[in-house]
Structure formats: C-alpha cells, structure tokens
Design a binder for this molecule. Sequence first.
Ligand code: TYD
Ligand code: MG
Length: 473
Amino acid sequence: MAKPTSRFVCQTCGATHRKWSGKCDDCGAWNSIVEEAVSEALPKSVATGGRRIDFVALSGASSDEQRFVSGIGEFDRVAGGGLVPGSATLVGGDPGIGKSTLLLQVTAALSQHGAAVYVSGEEAVDQVRMRAKRMGLAQAPVQLAAATAVRDIVASLDLPEAPLAAVIDSIQTMFVDTLDSAPGTVAQVRAAAQELIRVAKRRGTALLLVGHVTKEGTIAGPRVLEHMVDTVLYFEGERGHHFRILRAVKNRFGPTDEIGVFEMTDRGLVEVSNPSALFLGDREGNKVSGAAVFAGMEGTRPLLVEIQALVAPTAFGTPRRAVIGWDAARLHMVLAVLEARCGVPLAGRDVYLNVAGGLKVQEPAADLAVAAALLSSLNDCPVPAETVIFGEIGLSGEVRPVSQMESRLKEGAKLGFGAAIMPRRRQRGERGEAEIARREISHLGELVALFERESAQPRRPGPRDAAPAKGAR
Ligand code: TYD
Ligand code: MG
C-alpha cells in the first residue's frame, strides 16, 4: 500500500486524522482540520551522528541563579523575578490586546543591560520604528528585524555573542522551510518553536514568543506550545477597558499566581503599582445596593475589587444567571447555599454578577463578597459603609478562613476602609496590626441577618431592584 503523502491535523488540538472531516473527534472543534504534507525525511538535526552527553549530579556547582531584570516591575514579578537565561516564555493573548507593545517595551528596557533582539513577523521595520517613536523608545539600542524565516533567525541567534533576550512576534508568522504546510499551522508553529527554543537554550538567550489566542481561548497551534516552553504568560483585558493584566499560567522558575497590571495609554503601557486604587477608582461610594468590595489577593499582592450583583424578578420559567469575571459554577453554589441553608428566596429571580473593571477573580475567598452583593441587591440595601468583605463559603453555609487575612485587612485600611466582614479566625485573641474594625462571622446566616436588620423598610420588589449597580459601563 502506498504511504499516505498527507495527513489531516486539527489546528486547535493538534490531533491527526486519516481523512478530512468537518469536526475534530478529539476536541470537538468545527472546521479546524487542515491537510498537511507528510515529509519523508526525518528532521536533519537528528540524522547526523550524536555525541555523548555528560551526566552530572544534582548538587553540582551551578552558576548562581541569574536573571535578566528588565526594570518593568510588573513584568519582572510575573516572570518570577526576571527572565531566566536560556528560558522560553510564551506570551499569549487576543490580537490587539497589546502583546507587541509590551514586548517592545520589555526589549527596550533589557537593551539597556545587553543585546536585545526584536524580530517582527507581522510588522515592517518602519511600523515598529513608528510605534517605538510614539512610545518614546526610539533611542533604545534594540536590534530590530522584520523576518519570518526560522532558518535565518536561528542563524542570527546562534552566535557566540548571542543576545541576552530575543522576542519573536509572533510564532504564528514564523516559517520553517523544511515543512510544506503554511505558517500558523500546528506543524509549523511546533517546528518553529522547537528550533528557536533549541538555539535559545544553547546560547543562554531568554526567548520570548508571542502567540495569538484563538477565539476559543487557546493559543492557536496551541497546547503543543504550552508544554514546550518554560513559562506561559497571558496578557488579557476587556475591550473597552484601558487596563491590561499579565498573568502567569505556567512558570518553571516562579509562582503562577502573580499578576501584573498595566494601563494602555497613547504612549504605550504604563505600570499600575497600586491596582486597588485603579479598580475602585470610579466607585460611587456606598449609595447603591448590590455592590460589595472584595479584598482579594493576586499572588503576593492584595487587590480590592468591586463585585456587583443585580437580583431581579424573572420573566421566564427558568431564571437567568449571568456572570462576568467570576466562576459561574461558584455563583450557582453560593445561590444554592443561600437558598437551602439560609432560606433566602432566589429561585424565581434572575441574577447578574459582574466584577467591576473587567478583572477576573479566581479565588474562592470572593464567595462572601458575592453573597453580600447578592443580599444587598435582593434587600435593596447597600452594603454597610466603607466595608471590605472576604471569606470562603462551605456547602453547609459555614464561612471559612482564607489565606493572608492580615494582608487583605491592611490593604483595606490603606485605602480608607474602616471595617471588614470576614471569617472567624481559628486562634482567637491574636489581633493583627491593621487598623480596621473586624466583624467576624462563622455562618452565612449571620450575613443574611445583617442585611435583614440593615434594610430599614420591608423590601419593595419590582423596579427598585433594577437600580443600576453600575454594571453597564
Ligand atoms: P499591539 O501591541 O499591536 O497588540 P498585539 O500585538 O497584542 O496584537 O497593540 C495594539 C493596540 O494597542 C492597538 O489597538 C492600539 C493600542 N495602543 C495604544 O493604545 N497605545 C500605544 O502606545 C500603542 C503602541 C498601542
Ligand atoms: Mg502584535
């Protein structure tokens, strides 16, 4: 039987199929299967005679951990304290979110300490220059090139005087000429990344690959890249909001729960070192019901965000639950606990939940703030004035302690909040130093009772519920 000369590869998950079909059986993606030629020859680098590897002990005298620190604090922290020589970092994000802008700034900052290369496969040299000029970086000694041929890039990086850092923008435009498939296909992206990572490891260059994300949210050409690199950073933000968040989802050299906050301005990205003030910036005090301030943690840093809820009578048989910026499954859990353990009638109501400013909150510690926002909207009664809230809710309605409570309280106090609704601590007596009134609760019922007491008049269902929780901004 003749050997197949082509195969069909899903561009979303990388699965290979023997024939084309409209839907990938592996990942369920539609219209993602593309024909790729099967190359007969093995990759050339393997065919040549190998050399013996020198095995070493774990406890060897390794060179001290050295990192390339760019000086852009928000970026360095997310990268785990700077870029590691010879490491590969994938920076993913939606098209137009600001990846090129960020990495041009990082390259310019690194070029102050040593050679830094920026290879653009998407923009011409003049375009990058124009952007750099607008951002006030035109004088930075960045080595700029517009290229897409991986063979040429590898030849330029594989030198004794290899650069400190190299940015490839983007990996989807890179082209390996030993493969027949088009740039951007799984095979091309994988091969290009492999070649570039290999030379970066050999020469100790910190490699930064830009990867566009498909509309489903995975980096196109995709999971195959995530395991090949050392660090995966996502650059995200809501369209229409001016700030951007850099988040580590994988990091072999540092924590993955750090975020970096930037603001997109007409002169590029500006670091936001006090994000709480940014996220609470346009808050209208505590006049409206349905808004609660959550004292969260993002990695080592406390972050205050406003959680907004709107509880409205439902017009349909099945109530609508819409969530932006939080886990929908957790919202359903909080609703179920409120209903079943505290007798709060929510079954016949639509619930909308929004984390202000387009931030995505991932901590379970937000449960209590979400419950407070829901109860506040339901009772049409604002959350007690200048109060931060945090705590995890268990299925029986108990409120559980969360990590780093003292840091959360301190951040609240720093931003002028006078009180906190929080879980009861295990060891009583020990008082932290944060100057903030603590209202400790151990069961969700106490929060429900609080709102029932606070709401002066009996609840008036109906249009009042629709009082804007500042949701539609
Ligand atoms: P870009 O870095 O090109 O995005 P990506 O590489 O992720 O596709 O960013 C493009 C957007 O950023 C564009 O919509 C304009 C905006 N922008 C600014 O607002 N200010 C600036 O100084 C720059 C360079 C870009
Ligand atoms: Mg770009």
